[in-house]
Design a protein around this ligand. Sequence first.
Ligand code: FMN
Length: 478
Amino acid sequence: MIQTDQTSHWDLPRIIQGGMGAAVSNWKLAQAVSSGGQLGVISGTALDTIIVRRLQDGDVDGSTRRALEHFPYPDLARYALETYYKPGGRATNEPYKRLALQVGLGSRNAQIMMVVGGFVEVFLAKEGHNAPVGMNLLTKIQTHTLGTLYGAMLAGVDCILMGAGIPKDIPGVLDKFALGESASLKLDVTGATETFSMTLEPAQFGTPMPLKRPKFLPIIASNLLATMLTRKSNGSIEGFIVEGPTAGGHNAPPRGQTTFDERGQPIYGERDVVDLSALKAIGLPFWLAGGTGTPDALRHALEHGAAGIQVGTLFAYSRESGLTPEIKKTALSGVQNGSIGIFTDPLASPTGFPFKVVEIPGTLSEQSVYQARGRVCDLAYLREMYQTDQGKLGFRCASEPFDAFLAKGGKLEDTKGRKCLCNSLMADVGMAQVQRNGVVEQALVTSGDDLLKLGRFIERYSSDYTASQVISYLLAQA
Ligand SMILES: Cc1cc2nc3c(=O)[nH]c(=O)nc-3n(C[C@H](O)[C@H](O)[C@H](O)COP(=O)(O)O)c2cc1C
């Protein structure tokens, strides 16, 4: 295990642009933020699907093909192009060709596309400047972690940020890949009576090379988790993101027995507030996330010992983000005329974590739109792993068709209100699948509670604002 104290050599950014999956924080947004002197972060979620859909949409700006020309193992880049690139793009209403759905822990071809996906997005985010770029991953999506991390490291990613779980084994993976060695990850398997793990061997893609070891910043919502990670991680950690329950995306559930408000949203209390002085005592830098996208919040964070803030929602609606122009326009005009709300949905995500949903008409946030969608599970990133009766590794998703889920030992009550985040998040960034029955997948948009406070910001900067304007606004008084 390499124990590097990288923090002392690090120019700590005041602002980290939060990773926003899938492809909301795409390379364009991260590149703009990093060029602006702060830390731009790409989302590493589902990059294999994102890249193959960009290729099928004709790679109009040529960026994906440009990145592939720099991929260190040309035969793998050629495989990606020959399999997925469609010059001129798809015909209207033509379904995207899917990646092979992972069987077991996935074929070599599946892993190639994870590695390629991680590489392409980081390569593009780093183009044209020398500033650091980060990548965000959800700890829960274990099957894609090794491939995406390795691809990102091949492109020189500077920082890895991971929440939605306890990423204590990731620092060791980064250390191994940095040495060009194979790395394994222990899998969280429901009902397991034995240990399951997966391994990625760099040598299977070509001659391995030493790589830069990125800094590692876990995203935490409690002091306990921060302390546990510092003690039990299998390698070094370089800081923490402290994320509160008003943040966009998935939220950590409240501590203890969950109670709900009259709309059915989980209630957070005193126990969910992170003790910043205790966190400071750990001695690593930290950034505050969740409703911190204002100059006042940045000042407050600095006064309380933080290195700065991590901001998501404000960047999510900037010109460079991957959300479709229609979604940005509808949501921001809804904010201005007070017609939209945010609902912290305790059920929507198959992960079981609360998920913050923007109530935009015509999206899956509407009960009628949700009910009209038949259950289809064809991307399968959020599947739960479980041990089958035969002692093998099985995969199930509480949003998949009921019969399939129940046949795999899933419980009917766990399917209640579950939504297909995989397909709807692709729709959010303009890559909606056309299903076999011709039905086009609909969006489901997530944002932090502070979306509803963007009115004044928009009045000042217009609703077509840039990431650079967000940075100037946040730093104005710092
Ligand atoms: C559209 C959107 C998607 C997000 N997706 C992720 C994600 O994939 N992984 C993650 O760790 N955090 C995710 N987040 C949380 C952000 O990284 C960030 O921590 C959070 O948005 C900060 O709070 P704020 O929204 O109040 O600024 C997402 C946030 C938004 C708005």
